[in-house]
Design a protein around this ligand. Structure first.
Ligand code: ADP
Ligand code: ZN
Length: 733
């Protein structure tokens, strides 16, 4: 009885590594892979996505539960994207259902009906045309007939083929065999009726023209380009020309950017150029807006999809091009849950789709530089800034020889005054928000700590609060010491303190602040940036939010208040991060025709990192950095998997990881097993955190060991007392 019902394997958004099997017992045809179905798990109903139709189930057919409700007639997630997501689940060792649901807008995850995708048209591939249909007809008569029928025409609409009696499953089978492909459909006209005036398009610079020619000259299909263009060299214009060509050819482009909310300018420029063909996907949208952007991507209405990290899973209808702007940016790495790298996945997707990918940055990641050196990426350079200003001059202020008040040295103060006197604007960069990082009692010699983390409470004087920047804990700011009653002092300076100091010094100057505290209200970020753009703000003090692609031609001085914070980091990437941030912030100085000046305050002016910064030679920095990585056997010269665990009891985290490390060592000698070791901030939000680092020269054996460890660890009693997570290609150790 039951074995007449087909088996469907379903990805359910629960922490279960594989798909779950069900018997399809609903009305209508078996839901196709990529369709949502409601399935029972432990007496609760969940919205899952069909992965495949296995011939049978290892669980045993008589034990399978039944599924009866399908939410879609057509796959929501097409074959290409589905396979990519399944690959992601195995590469990142993450539960497949959580991975698939990460690719859907929230409303669809919750069961909302999707607008049908546009009509699909089918055509033969070269392989399909060469297939011997006579031989095929002996095994699969209908398939052979379909191939013959299509051989006489260019493309056929799916509805016509269905009317002629071919099923979706037959079409899907032929697609899987590589004999059939979806043809590009005609563009949808709804939005095109809106006339759009793209505004002036500038004549290309020589650098831009060379880059565009090199990209055009490459063979069609997958190619990866690393566009290393200094800040202000006009990378965005290059992207826009490439996107316009794709739109001309009726193909879609996917442009990934680090944080859209930080770059309203960029979205403005794209909207100006592409009008209603633009769709934007990011986390600040409402659920309805997200669903709309997703549908416009899927139905081909959008010619350009701009989005942050998760847009790498956009359901492209006619994919033509992928671009990753600021490809070095750490926000492409998802830090929680499904820990993927959108930059790496963008390259993977382009490769699968057989389309070009462009990775752009003024400070490309060492991994990408290495890929270019190895010939895997084509390196393209734009070494010149647009306009007559040229590169800014960079100098270091030796803090050992100059007085500092609340974070600002005397030479920097006089430079600020000079630049303001010539009606220019100033940016000051300090990677620390709040008033001061430490509240210290000079009598007891004690600083106020967070009770749940290994960290200090940061003083936020404006709100009269102390805040932990790691767990969010808050309490009232009391200057009197609780133990001795002495008046405590604020040590160090954050962005708040620096702005207050400047306001006291220059009461007539307008001073703005750009950090997460100053921009937490909706619309406040836009107004901070607008005040700078209009010239109202004369000095802007900010965190690394300053580093993101803003273009303000009247900013001529950039001060880096504390470069030393990152100089002696413990992570093998800390130098790279520091240099990238400083170069990006410095890149805000001097645009168009006003030359810029960059002043970096440091107690260690002879630190070798500053040589490259002063010479503004990122390429040399990258070469030195790669040589160091090679010598120490760090990525990209080895591959890493970080296995993290945390628990309320310190011993529980370590017992679990000790067992894991032993098991890993027992599995072979090719894998380096380091640890367990405490995480860089061991206690956070009341939990102790530790980790084991697995390292290998080759990916294959590393992933095999992780898979084997996952199987073994399932039965360990030690695993019950911890939360654990696997971080493949970790960016922070
Ligand atoms: P990047 O992204 O490389 O930092 P942008 O694309 O922001 O640089 O370009 C810097 C500035 O130069 C922008 O104001 C942009 O409008 C302008 N620009 C870009 N290309 C050209 C061009 N070919 N001619 C004139 N101005 C240009
Ligand atoms: Zn805390």
């Amino acid at each position: 009885m039951t074995n007449e019902m087909p088996v469907i394997r379903v990805a359910v958004p629960l922490p279960i590594r594989e798909g779950l099997d069900y018997l399809w017992a609903g009305p209508g045809p078996t839901p196709l892979p990529g369709c949502r179905v409601l399935v029972p798990v432990a007496r609760k109903s969940h919205t899952g996505i069909v992965l495949e139709h296995p011939a049978t189930s290892p669980v045993g057919l008589d034990k399978l539960k039944r599924a009866t409700t399908a939410l879609d007639e057509e796959p929501l997630i097409g074959a290409d994207l589905r396979e990519t997501l399944v690959w992601c689940a195995s590469y990142y060792h993450h539960p497949v259902g959580e991975v698939l649901s990460a690719a859907l807008p929230a409303l669809l995850r919750r069961g909302r009906a999707a607008v049908p995708a546009p009509e699909i048209r089918w055509q033969l591939t070269a392989a399909g045309r060469e297939t011997d249909t006579t031989a095929l007809a002996r095994r699969a008569r209908r398939q052979a007939a379909l191939l013959e029928q299509l051989a006489t025409i260019d493309t056929a609409a799916e509805s016509d083929l269905r009317e002629a009696g071919y099923t979706r499953a037959q079409l899907a089978t032929l697609e899987d065999k590589g004999w059939l492909a979806r043809a590009a459909t005609a563009p949808r006209t709804r939005r095109e009726t809106v006339e759009h005036e793209p505004g002036p398009v500038p004549a290309l610079t020589d650098d831009q023209r060379d880059v565009l020619e090199a990209i055009a000259a490459a063979a069609p299909g997958y190619n990866a380009f690393l566009l290393h263009g200094v800040t202000g060299s006009g990378k965005t214009e290059v992207y826009m020309r490439l996107i316009a060509e794709q739109i001309q050819a009726d193909q879609q482009s996917l442009l990934l950017v680090p944080e859209i909310s930080l770059t309203p300018q960029l979205v403005g420029r794209l909207a100006q150029r592409f009008g209603a063909r633009l769709a934007v996907m990011h986390s600040a949208l409402t659920d309805t807006e997200r669903l709309d952007a997703w549908q416009r991507c899927r139905n081909g209405d959008a010619g350009l999809i701009v989005g942050t990290r998760s847009a790498v899973f956009a359901p492209l209808h006619r994919p033509g091009l992928v671009i990753v702007d600021e490809e070095h940016d750490n926000s492409y790495k998802q830090a929680e849950g499904f820990r993927y790298s959108a930059r790496d996945l963008a390259v993977y997707r382009a490769q699968r789709l057989g389309i070009p990918v462009v990775l752009g940055s003024a400070t490309p990641s060492l991994e990408s530089v290495h890929n270019a050196e190895q010939g895997r990426y084509h390196l393209l350079r734009m070494p010149h800034r647009i306009g007559s200003a040229g590169a800014p001059t960079v100098r270091i202020i030796d803090l050992n020889h100059h007085a500092v008040r609340n974070g600002i040295s005397t030479p920097l103060l006089s430079a600020i005054e000079q630049h303001l006197a010539s009606s220019n604007q100033v940016m000051l960069f300090l990677n620390r928000r709040g008033f001061a990082p430490v509240l210290f009692c000079p009598d007891c010699g004690v600083a106020e700590d967070c009770q749940r983390c290994d960290s200090r409470m940061t003083i936020h004087s404006a709100s009269g609060r102390l805040r932990c920047h790691h767990c969010g804990a808050e309490r009232a700011l009391k200057w009197a010491c609780a133990s001795c009653g002495a008046e405590r002092i604020a040590v160090g300076a954050g962005t708040q303190r620096v702005s207050e100091e400047l306001r006291a010094l220059y009461p007539n100057v307008v001073i703005g602040r750009l950090d997460r505290d100053a921009t937490s209200r909706r619309g406040s970020l836009e107004s901070v940036l607008a005040d700078l753009e209009s010239g109202k703000t004369q000095i802007l003090v900010g965190t690394q939010m300053l580093a993101k692609g803003h273009d303000f031609p009247n900013v001529t001085l950039v001060g880096v208040l504390n470069a030393d914070q990152g100089l002696f980091g413990t992570d093998f990437r800390s130098n790279e991060r520091l240099v990238q941030t400083i170069i990006q912030v410095a890149g805000r100085a001097g645009r168009a025709d006003r030359p810029g000046e960059v002043l970096i305050q440091s107690h260690f002016p002879s630190h070798p990192l500053f040589d490259c910064l002063l010479a503004q030679d990122y390429v040399r920095f990258a070469q030195i950095g790669l040589a160091e990585r090679r010598a120490a056997d760090w990525p990209p010269f080895s591959h890493l998997v970080l296995w993290r665990a945390n628990a309320v009891q310190r011993a529980a985290a370590f017992e679990y990881l000790h067992r894991l490390a032993r098991a890993a060592r027992a599995l072979g000698t090719e894998i380096g097993v380091h640890g367990p070791a405490p995480a860089s901030m061991e206690r956070r939000s009341g939990r102790y955190r530790a980790q084991v680092l697995l390292q290998c020269a080759r990916r294959g054996p590393l992933h095999a060991v992780v898979d084997e460890l996952l199987v073994q660890a399932r039965g360990w009693p030690e695993a019950r007392k911890v939360r654990w997570a696997i971080d493949v290609d970790p960016t922070e150790l």
